[in-house]
Design a binder for this molecule. Structure first.
Ligand SMILES: NC(=O)c1ccc[n+]([C@@H]2O[C@H](COP(=O)([O-])OP(=O)(O)OC[C@H]3O[C@@H](n4cnc5c(N)ncnc54)[C@H](O)[C@@H]3O)[C@@H](O)[C@H]2O)c1
Length: 250
């Protein structure tokens, strides 16, 4: 078991990729803290996983919620080894259609949350020589049509990952991010339904990935496990595409 005796916090851990990470980390021996706005979904998951997982109602964009989350994690499990910053929200439309409040909300949920989560866990992560895994996106590396604000948050996340990898390397804390292209989850299905022609979008999505389809949540969770565990002990500051070749050229 690759995470035996370790404690991992997974934001947005009750659906999609986050849920797959929670299930895999628990199966690999970790105690898992699910940090989610919607605690009833998370409670369904913790019931299935038994004592190895707890849910803490957390709005990751609120500093007081995040501070209490860390307190609760340490109170229940005594340590923090892994932080997975996975919670996010998406709003695909052109830049000029955004209200200021919408820009702020997306940045707060997707990027300010990463600042808050790391600010309030880094003292514990230094004690355990822990690992931070940020769930970014391929569009933070190469851009994406009609999704500029979300892409800006993910580009910011990639830069933050690299800068923090330098700052925390002397403490043995590694910081990496994962850059998936399409992953079949509720977030992707929401994005598809908001396109002008959803059926065509599904075909385009398959064609966009040289491997012929979007990733599954489990495939992304396996990458998170690699980055969270000692298997990647000499890997830090990486923005790792998990994209079925979508970032490759012609
Ligand atoms: N699905 C994809 O195609 C895809 C591609 C690239 C990157 N990603 C990234 O993967 C991550 C997970 O996405 P997903 O597809 O599983 O989506 P999802 O919508 O299933 O999961 C997002 C989770 O974040 C939670 N969340 C949202 N706002 C929150 C807040 N303020 N506080 C706490 N929790 C909050 C939601 O409740 C939900 O559980 C995101 O960071 C997303 O940007 C997804």
């Amino acid at each position: 078991m690759k995470l035996l005796g370790k404690t991992a916090i997974v934001t947005g851990g009750s659906s999609g990729i986050g849920e797959a990470i929670v299930r895999l980390f628990a199966a690999e021996g970790a105690n898992v803290v699910i940090a989610n706005r919607n605690v009833s979904d998370a409670a369904r998951l913790t019931e299935q996983l038994g004592g190895s997982a707890i849910a803490v109602q957390t709005d990751v964009s609120k500093e007081e919620d995040v501070r209490q989350l860390m307190e609760e994690a340490v109170r229940r499990f005594g340590r923090i080894d892994v932080v997975v910053n996975n919670a996010a929200t998406i709003m695909p439309k052109y830049l000029e259609e955004f209200e200021e409040e919408e820009w702020d909300r997306i940045f707060n949920v997707n990027l300010k949350s990463v600042f808050l989560m790391i600010k309030h866990s880094i003292a514990e992560l230094k004690k355990t020589r822990g690992s931070i895994v940020n769930m970014s996106s391929l569009n933070g590396l190469i851009g994406q049509k009609m999704n500029p604000v979300y892409a800006a948050t993910k580009g910011g996340m990639n830069a933050l990952t690299k800068a923090l990898a330098l700052d925390y390397a002397p403490y043995g804390v590694r910081v990496n991010c994962i850059c998936p292209a399409g992953v079949t989850t509720p977030l992707l299905e929401q994005w598809i339904s908001q396109q002008d022609d959803p059926v065509q979008t599904v075909q385009d999505l398959n064609a966009m990935h040289p491997l012929g389809r979007p990733a599954t949540s489990d495939e992304v969770a396996q990458t998170a496990l690699f980055l969270a565990s000692d298997s990647s002990g000499f890997v830090t500051g990486v923005a790792l595409p998990v994209d079925g070749g979508a970032s490759l050229g012609y």
